[in-house]
Write a protein that binds this ligand. Structure first.
Ligand code: BTN
Length: 251
């Protein structure tokens, strides 16, 4: 299957500061085609979550941004888009192995075992309480064999699966599976998305250590609530929902 509109307009660049920055400029120019992909073979200032940088070796990995207009989503439900995108990536990766080995580390890192293989940086613009446009930046480590020793736990598809991948082929497959999840979201099939996202959560049902406002807690991951908060159960059986800035998982 190939995507209907995602990646049909594919802008392939050799070097750029950040594909998310380039995509933001397209939005500012006022007229972008929904589903446009900005793909760069090299980023000089790749951006990660929480102000961190995102490094990848030139030509070895996928760094791209996807532009959508999710005007059907209110600002309150931004996490739904994040769930759909993470699921779309995991769909492609699990298709490569025919096993459900790739997981989503809440909120939206993609993991293989205890290692991170992909990251997502979504930047939404709002108008009258709705998401008028979304830049979905994805960094997927594909053929890279070595990483900066400073990085906590990186890996690549090649290291995980023992073979190399053709970048463009993989990109087009991602366009297809992400678009399917996006259309599922647009069709308001939220319960399915939330259920599938939960079933693919890294360490679901397991006891994990977290840092919660400087205190270490141990709790079992139960799932996510509709706002995207992580639901944890403590030793007494009490469940609490935690927001993005309240938790760091300690691996
Ligand atoms: C993370 O910190 O896990 C998110 C990483 C997102 C990296 C991608 S690479 C393509 C796009 N352009 C950027 O500058 N960042 C995102």
């Amino acid at each position: 299957m190939s995507a209907l509109f995602t990646g049909v307009n594919l802008l392939e660049l050799s070097t750029i500061d950040s594909t998310n920055n380039y995509a933001q400029q397209l939005i500012r120019s006022g007229n972008f085609i929904e589903g446009t992909i900005v793909w760069a073979h090299e980023q000089t200032e790749g951006r990660g979550q929480r102000g961190k940088s995102w490094d990848s070796k030139q030509g070895d990995s996928l760094t791209f941004s996807l532009l959508y207009r999710p005007v059907f989503l209110s600002a309150t439900w931004q996490f739904r888009l994040s769930m759909a995108v993470a699921l779309g990536i995991v769909d492609t990766l699990n298709e490569l192995t025919n096993e459900q080995v790739f997981k989503i580390k809440w909120p939206n890192d993609i993991y293989y075992g205890d290692k991170k293989v992909a990251g997502i940086l979504i930047e939404n613009s709002m108008q009258q309480g709705l998401i008028s446009s979304s830049v979905i930046g994805i960094g997927l480590n594909v053929n890279q064999q070595a990483f900066d020793p400073e990085l906590p736990n990186p890996t690549s598809l090649a290291l995980c699966l023992g073979r190399g991948f053709e970048l463009k082929e993989l990109l087009l497959q991602l366009c297809d599976t992400i678009e399917r999840r996006y259309l599922q979201l647009k069709a308001d099939r939220i319960a399915e998305i939330q259920e599938e996202y939960t079933s693919k959560l890294f360490k679901l049902g397991q006891q994990v250590k977290f840092l919660n406002n400087d205190a270490e807690i141990v709790a079992t991951i139960k799932g996510v609530n509709p706002q995207g908060k992580l639901v944890l159960e403590d030793a007494t059986g009490k469940t609490t929902d935690y927001g993005l800035n309240e938790l760091t998982m300690l691996l």
